[in-house]
Design a protein around this ligand. Structure first.
Ligand SMILES: NC(=O)c1ccc[n+]([C@@H]2O[C@H](COP(=O)([O-])OP(=O)(O)OC[C@H]3O[C@@H](n4cnc5c(N)ncnc54)[C@H](O)[C@@H]3O)[C@@H](O)[C@H]2O)c1
Length: 446
């Protein structure tokens, strides 16, 4: 929304959220305090805020004024009832639809920006038409393909923008065109794709499933590389140069994280199952199974390498975010590796350049594996990599922050217990130089 406001100065954009703390942070005088860390975002907000970009908790007022409403609320995996652990929980979406229907007094275009199961637009339309004030609604699907960490870049120069609408009717086509006109302020027309609503909804789930599948595919081979003496980086490079395969998203790691991949694949699996397509469901579920395996085997390897016990040992974590250049920790591999090691009674000291102590404890408490007191007793969060690694038995790199490549690894080695173990879960460190320092070095797939 900030990028739309920046690129379309004649359009007023109001971002509303029921979370007052978040809105207050978006309105913070110091633009560096906005609640999401994303390279380039604070500058975009600084340019547009209070010009044509506003942040507010007054949802009704914003609905009333708007011609177009983007529903961008969370669609987490259900934690109860039918579809528990798989289906998307659409209660927040439904609440939005009911609120829009109640408040709207003139025709509106309602846009699905959240990632949704295919055919959600049908449910939205039913709620809007049946509970509304007799005004007309057009529903569009406009899934978001940005990646966290490069969000602004991705939005300014997207591979494509996808808009699904009721393209068989004139009203539907007009609505699609209205949204095309917004993006056309900065996106070349041939990169704005229009489709029917169902294709658009399904394309987003499919894109995330394909991306995650590539990571799980290369991760599955990383284990075979470790057994055979092949090097997964060399394999990636060799296959990535095949133009039919392509080189992106072939980096082996401790596993993918983030709020979307797992949730969206589970959602896809659930939809397939609900249509009785069990083979389709099993095929995609394997991507998640492999990812869980990768996280677990990274943690298991730490225990095995440290002479089969980490009880009472200090393990330093470099990184907690699910990837570099974001402060988002949702589904981060680090959480699961930590949980595994804490079950083995390890003591963990964490350094991440952008994630707060409060967030790290919240992530561990959310698992419910142990008490809040125990999490605070066993886990410490520090402000520098040196504080994390001093006196540690082992260091594990869990996020690929660039700064970890430039650390003074000689100094780190000196201040660690010996033998000093280094586990690179992101394949960002050079083996030869670390072994020359004296580290016992482990890197995935090598
Ligand atoms: N994060 C990403 O990189 C990304 C990328 C593409 C798509 N998506 C999709 O976008 C959606 C949102 O993701 P997110 O990461 O921003 O989630 P989020 O949980 O960070 O943000 C959702 C926000 O919606 C607010 N909210 C919930 N109900 C509301 C209501 N009735 N009225 C007003 N505000 C309400 C919440 O308070 C919260 O601040 C999801 O469907 C996700 O799959 C996210």
């Amino acid at each position: 929304m900030a990028v739309i406001a920046q690129k379309c100065p004649e359009i007023n954009v109001t971002v509303v959220d029921i979370n007052e703390k978040r809105i207050a942070a978006w309105n913070d005088e110091n633009v560096e305090n906005i609640p999401i860390y994303e390279p380039g975002l604070s500058a975009v907000v600084a340019e547009a805020r209070d010009r044509n970009l506003f942040f507010s908790t007054d949802v009704d007022a914003a609905i009333d004024k708007a011609d177009m409403i983007f529903i961008s609320v969370n669609t987490p995996t259900k934690t109860y009832g039918i579809g528990k652990g798989m289906a998307a929980d659409l209660k927040y979406i439904e609440l939005c639809a009911r609120q829009i229907a109640r408040v709207a007094k003139d025709d509106k275009i309602v846009i699905e920006k959240s990632t949704l199961p295919v055919r959600t637009a049908e449910a939205l339309k039913s709620i809007l038409d049946n509970t509304g004030n007799g005004v007309k609604f057009q529903i569009l699907s406009n899934p978001e393909f940005l990646a966290e960490g490069t969000a602004v870049e991705d939005l300014l120069d997207p591979d494509r923008v996808l808009i699904g609408g009721d393209i068989d009717t004139t009203e539907g086509m007009d609505a699609v065109q209205a949204l095309v006109d917004v993006y056309a302020h900065w996106v070349p027309k041939d990169q704005i794709l229009t489709t029917n609503v169902w294709s658009s909804e399904l394309s987003k789930l499919t894109a995330n499933a394909f991306l995650a599948q590539r990571v799980s595919s290369i991760n599955s081979l990383s284990e075979l590389c470790e057994k055979t003496g092949a090097d997964v980086n060399e394999v990636s490079r060799a296959i990535g140069m095949d133009s039919r395969i392509g080189s992106k998203f072939l980096k082996s790691s401790v596993g993918f994280g983030g709020s979307c991949f797992q949730k969206d694949i589970l959602n896809l699996v659930y939809i397939a199952k609900s249509f009785g397509l069990n083979e389709v469901a099993d095929y995609w579920e394997q991507v998640i199974i492999m990812n869980d395996h990768q996280k677990k085997r990274f943690a298991e390897n730490i225990v095995k390498t440290l002479f089969n016990t980490v009880s009472g040992k200090k393990i330093a974590f470099l990184g907690w975010a699910f990837k570099k250049d974001t402060n988002d920790t949702r589904e981060s591999a680090a959480i699961y590796v930590a949980d595994y090691l804490l079950n083995e009674q390890a003591e963990i000291v964490i350094y991440d350049p952008k994630v707060t102590e409060e967030q790290i404890y919240a992530d561990l408490d959310y698992l419910g594996t142990r008490s809040e007191e125990e999490n605070r007793k066993l886990v410490k969060v520090v402000n520098t990599p040196v504080n994390a690694t001093e006196g540690a038995h082992a260091v594990a790199v869990l996020t690929e922050w660039d700064e970890f490549k430039e650390l003074d690894w000689n100094e780190i080695y000196k201040k660690m217990l010996k033998p000093a173990f280094l586990f690179d879960g992101r394949k960002i460190l050079d083996r030869k130089s670390k072994e020359a320092i004296g580290f016992q070095f482990y890197s995935i797939g090598n």
